[in-house]
Ligand binder design. Structure first.
Ligand code: UDX
Length: 461
């Protein structure tokens, strides 16, 4: 049984439809646990690709639909292409599945009768709004971005067209007024890999969000109050900021990868706040030379390290990973531990972890803040660039590598983060931010109240 769940149903059912990416499945399943604990029954519709493990959540109903992806397409690293294909291939199966669910709920009688009150799905599902609308079902949008990125990223196509093709070197560190606190070089990195295909996708996402019944974010006023007020004006729909969703039900059980738990006993043997944890989430891939620079940087610094290297996907070319000389791995293991996939939330909570070298996916960023772990930012794509700027420039709870994946730069950043001077100031600021965010999810806190409003809102449909 999900921890903290209530036995008593409130007679209402919520349909959830996560995008099949780890960074989207985690918050959606967390939201499912929260809603279930408040008496809602849960149905999760999911694609065949990256299907969540239903057996981990016996109290939820899981329904699989076809997504139309070929075997080759499931292996693409192009997220925009993947999302476009998923939206195309899932449309008709999703419509059929939702229609059947509503029809069978209508035909139920007696005490078992439940009302389906709404659909909650990711902002990246642009197919769902017209379908929900045609079936008279309110739809709420969940986004796994921070508020500021979500409200501003619709301007990216315009930035690509207007200004960033011929940027002078002297301008690269300038702030982007339309997208603070990004710098122009960050925008260059974001749009570098994006094509025109994205433009129409973003237009649709904006349109379908505005047409929805509300927006749910895993953030809180304490993290970005200004953007929140602006987002309320932009979208003109109710906005709920429920805080870091993982904090209500700690411990991740929605992992698509096999979790290597051996890192916890290894951490138990390390000194307090001595370990640098390294992970770049579920999507980022690095090159062979980048792997080697990080390896040398970690081996040369004074701290023990725990490094997540997703076998077969973290480094371009599986064969190369298999070909790393065992001697080199043994040499790395003298100073640290490498795992395929870690129980990240438990790792960040562990007393031995003192820093996080991260790609700044939004989940990783808020999980780190929630546990008060200072960061070294190495963002690669998309919202990660903005999250990293918040960490280094706004909250000032981490250092930024500015994209330099070089052994001496990494080694120096780790030394600075753990130092008694600069590192201490960062740790103190992180402690304050952690307390503020922690308070927001406690009763009377801003995120806690927003969650209550969300529950009341859904119940009112
Ligand atoms: C994606 C995008 O890349 C990111 O930019 C966006 O903000 C969210 O969606 P991802 O790259 O996977 O996500 O990163 P992140 O948002 O950090 O999510 C990763 C999740 O996997 C976190 O919840 C983290 O706790 C979990 N994780 C990661 C593990 O449980 N174990 C690991 O070893 C690594």
């Amino acid at each position: 049984m999900e921890k903290g769940s209530m036995d008593k149903s409130n007679g209402l059912r919520v349909i959830l439809f996560p995008l099949p990416l780890q960074g989207c499945i985690n918050p959606m399943i967390q939201l499912a646990k929260i809603l279930h604990s408040r008496g809602f029954s849960i149905t999760v519709i999911h694609t065949r690709f990256n299907a969540p493990k239903a057996s981990n959540h016996p109290l939820f109903t899981f329904l699989q639909i076809e997504d139309g992806l070929s075997e080759t397409e499931t292996r693409t690293h192009d997220v925009t292409l993947l999302l476009t294909l998923l939206n195309r291939g899932s449309e008709s199966p999703f419509r059929d599945c939702l229609t059947k669910l509503l029809q069978s709920a209508d035909s139920e009688t007696g005490e078992e009768k439940q009302r389906i009150c709404c659909l909650i799905d990711d902002s990246g599902w642009i197919l769902t709004q017209p379908i929900a609308q045609s079936l008279n079902l309110p739809r709420l949008v969940l986004t796994n971005y921070n508020v500021s990125f979500f409200r501003n990223h619709f301007v990216l196509p315009q930035l690509r067209r207007e200004m960033y093709r011929h940027l002078q070197d002297s301008e690269k560190d300038d702030l982007v007024q339309e997208f603070l606190p990004l710098r122009k070089k960050d925008v260059l990195q974001i749009i570098d890999k994006e094509t025109e295909v994205l433009d129409s996708y973003l237009d649709m996402m904006l349109e379908t969000t505005k047409a929805s019944s509300g927006l749910i974010l895993m953030s809180c006023e304490e993290l970005d109050q200004d953007s929140l007020s602006q987002a309320r004006e932009d979208f003109q729909v109710p906005i709920f900021t429920i805080g870091p969703s993982h904090c209500y039900f700690p411990g991740s059980s929605s992992s698509l990868f096999t979790v290597d738990e051996t890192c916890i006993p290894w951490l138990d043997k390390q000194e307090d706040k001595s370990v640098i944890y390294v992970s770049f989430g579920s999507i980022v891939t690095i090159s062979e030379s980048e792997f080697m620079e990080i390896a040398w940087g970690l081996r040369n610094c004074d701290q023990p390290f725990l490094w997540v290297v997703r076998v077969g996907s973290a480094v371009h070319g599986t064969e190369w990973m298999d070909a790393i000389p065992k001697k080199f791995i043994d040499w790395l293991h003298e100073k640290g531990k490498i795992v395929n996939w870690a129980p990240q939330q438990d790792v960040l909570k562990h007393r031995a972890v003192g820093g996080f070298l991260t790609h700044n996916g939004w989940n990783s960023t808020v999980e780190s803040v929630f546990e008060g772990v200072p960061m070294i930012c190495l963002p690669f794509v998309w919202d990660q660039l903005l999250n990293a700027r918040f960490v280094s420039d706004v909250w000032m709870v981490g250092l930024h590598l500015e994209g330099r994946i070089q052994r001496n730069v990494i080694e120096e950043a780790i030394r600075r983060l753990f130092s008694e001077t600069e590192g201490k100031a960062i740790r103190e600021r992180m402690e304050i931010l952690k307390e503020n965010v922690g308070r927001s999810v406690k009763p009377k806190g801003s995120a806690y109240r927003s969650l209550q409003h969300l529950i009341d809102y859904i119940t009112s449909f």
